[in-house]
Design a protein around this ligand. Structure first.
Ligand code: UDP
Length: 325
């Protein structure tokens, strides 16, 4: 197939592009490098079935041109990261809503299949676990910036289902805390990348809040496996949880990373206010029900947290040692 991947130079996107090429597809990557990095695709730049276009999903003319060359689009380009969300909600709202609107509007006339990368954040602070695809969304007040990302992704999903009702083949994937090589490890990145970097540098691992909040961390290979399975037509018109069901607390995660990386770093607790500013809200736990993904996509995650962390630690170890040379 001919496939467009927006955000294809990013963390999940670059793994997806690699995998699609390995499966024999022709891939057009669109990325503006706002979050993605050229080096994540450097080894694929001369691949005969791959082309990279540097540009934004906000550029309608460019999106139209890219879409005219493919039969399917994976829309992964997004503005994400909890810190981004609390610091610049306008960028998060506009970036996520306008880009997705362009993709859907411009894919519609040719009925180009759209596979949209959504998020487990969509369930918000719903406490009824595990979340299935029809679970309620529970958010705090709109004055709490943290909910702007989930709200923007919710509008995106509403648009997806509205276009699906008009006959566009659309699939929505809700990723649960993906981690692995290439994840952003700055203060704008996810907790796994941040903890591993701190552990390898001998710096403290900062656990926010009580550390009892739970997440199901999913190795990126498993995330990509579910993403590729969404190509099948049976997935059209549906949303799917894509993640692991193995739940850990953030303190347990920190302890595991310290053990696996043989680090002497301490674990310190930091309040949410210190980490993200006043008025922050976190969700106590997130866990997917994978029944639908298993039944329709044949999806089952296969990489244990320990195996995935070992691979991820190795990747950061190499990069950190290169940085210090
Ligand atoms: N977190 C933490 N230390 C950090 C970064 C994050 O304790 O350096 C916590 C964060 O408050 C949340 C969990 O780890 O409870 C997962 O955070 P992340 O930003 O990776 O993703 P989220 O699940 O919040 O979308």
């Amino acid at each position: 197939m001919k496939i467009l991947v927006t955000g294809g130079a990013g963390f999940i996107g670059s793994h997806l592009v690699e995998c699609l090429l390995a499966e024999g597809h022709t891939v057009l990557t669109l990325d503006d490098f706002s979050n993605g990095r050229p080096e994540f695709l450097a080894h694929l730049l001369n691949h005969p079935r791959h082309r990279l276009i540097v540009g934004s999903v906000l550029d309608r003319k460019l999106v139209k041109k890219c879409l005219s060359q493919v039969d399917t689009v994976y829309h992964l380009a997004a503005v994400l990261g909890v810190k981004n969300t609390v610091e610049d909600p306008i960028k998060v709202i506009e970036g996520n809503i306008d880009g997705t609107r362009n993709i859907l509007e411009l894919a519609y006339p040719s009925r180009t299949k759209v596979i949209f990368a959504s998020t487990s954040e969509i369930y918000g602070k719903n406490e009824k676990l595990p979340f299935n695809e029809m679970s309620d969304r529970v958010y705090g007040a709109p004055s709490i910036h943290r909910w702007s990302y989930a709200t923007a992704k919710s509008i995106d999903e509403h648009m997806c289902f509205a276009y699906a009702a008009k006959g566009l083949p659309v699939t929505v994937l809700r990723y649960f805390n993906a981690y692995g090589p290439r994840q952003t490890n700055s203060q704008y990145g996810g907790v796994v990348a941040r903890f591993i970097t701190a552990a390898l540098k001998g710096e403290p691992l900062e656990v926010y809040g009580s550390g009892t909040q739970r997440r199901c961390f999913t190795f990126v290979d498993d995330t990509v496996r579910g993403t590729i399975a969404a190509l099948r037509p049976e997935a059209d018109g549906l949303s799917f949880n894509v993640g692991s069901t193995h739940s850990v607390t953030i303190t347990e995660l920190a302890q595991l990373i310290i053990r696996l990386s043989r680090s002497a770093s301490p674990i310190i607790l930091k309040s949410y206010a210190e980490a993200y500013g006043p008025g922050y809200e976190d969700m106590p736990a997130r866990e997917p029900d994978l029944t639908r993904a298993e039944t329709i996509l044949g999806y089952r995650p296969s990489v244990s947290l320990e195996q995935g962390l070992i691979k991820t630690i190795e990747w950061y170890r190499e990069r950190i040692s290169l940085e210090t040379v």
